[in-house]
Every structure is written in C-alpha cells, then in structure tokens.
Design a protein around this ligand. Structure first.
Ligand code: NI
Length: 172
C-alpha cells in the first residue's frame, strides 16, 4: 500500500475498540505501516499515533514529543510511578479534550522495527503519550476517563462523530 493516503479512524469506528493483535514476526510490511503512521501523525499535528487509528489492529505505535521519533512494536508498561493529570486530545476523537489522570513515570518494554529490544523510562508528557497510545492498543479512548459531567458536556459531539463514522463507512 505504498503511496496510499491513510484515513484517521474516528470514534464510532469499531476498530478503535478492538484489542490490537501482538506482532509475532516483524516484517517489511510492519516497517511500511510504521512509516505511514509517522507520516499521518505529523500530518495530523499529533505527537503519537497507534495502528488501530489507521484501521490496523496490530500492536504498533509511533511517538514524537519533539525529542525524536519512536516506532514501537508490542509496547508494554512494566512499571508505573506517581501521578499526573493532563488535558488530552486524540486525532480519533476530534474536538474533544479530557483531563486524564495517569502515572507520571512509566517504564516501557517494546521491540523496535529491527527487532531489537527497547527499554524506555519516560516521565511527564512522554509518559502521558506512551500511556495514551498503549491504551489505543487495548481499545481504550480518552472519553473512557471522562467524569459524569464531562460525559454530559461531550455527549452531543460524540453522537455527531458516531453518525459521521457510520455515514462514511465507505472511504474512496
Ligand atoms: Ni489518541
């Protein structure tokens, strides 16, 4: 699929709620997907993106908070410490901002695109983004963290997104 313009999947698309499959053997196809994901992330002005957001149910994420691009395969949080609450947006839930309470520090184990083991100790924003993207691989979205009042506040917006997702199932 080189050259294909990737469509960011939006709330209401079932792929966003699926548990992403672990990658058992890293191939050129995964490297191609990761490179396309990076392109879509930069194009969308995001600082992280997970494969389900482009309709691929595989455990692949990309993150760049301005300190270099990380392409991670099968990322797992092995340790968490502290807490922080940051207002988060998501390319798959456009127009919605939710304050999400997460760990302030995380230790993540993953593979890179060359099958090397990667160990990351992340804090603050980097830790937040990693947790957000790993949530995507579990089918979890920022709206799942919304308080009752926040849910009321965004109810109409979500209904509109869902209708759009349904109406435009066929993307040509
Ligand atoms: Ni997101």
């Amino acid at each position: 699929m080189p050259g294909t313009k990737l469509k960011i999947r939006v709330f209401g698309d079932p792929v966003l709620r699926k548990k992403a499959r672990p990658v058992s053997r890293i191939t050129g196809e995964h490297r191609e997907i990761l490179s396309q994901m990076s392109g879509s992330m930069y194009e969308g002005g995001g600082i992280g993106l997970a494969a389900p957001q482009i309709g691929i149910s595989a455990q692949l994420i990309v993150v760049d908070i301005g300190e270099g691009l990380y392409k991670l395969i099968n990322p797992k949080i092995v340790k968490k410490l502290g807490s922080q609450a940051i207002q988060e947006g998501c390319l798959s839930v456009p127009g919605v901002c939710i304050k999400v309470k997460r760990a302030r520090q995380v230790w993540v184990e993953a593979k890179d695109e060359n099958n090397n083991l990667v160990n990351i100790h992340a804090r603050d924003l980097f830790a937040c983004v990693l947790q957000h993207e790993i949530d995507h691989l579990k089918g979890k979205l920022i709206i799942d963290y919304a308080s009752f009042l926040e849910k009321l506040r965004i109810k109409r917006k979500l209904a509109a997104l869902k209708t759009t997702a349904k109406a435009c199932k066929l993307q040509l």
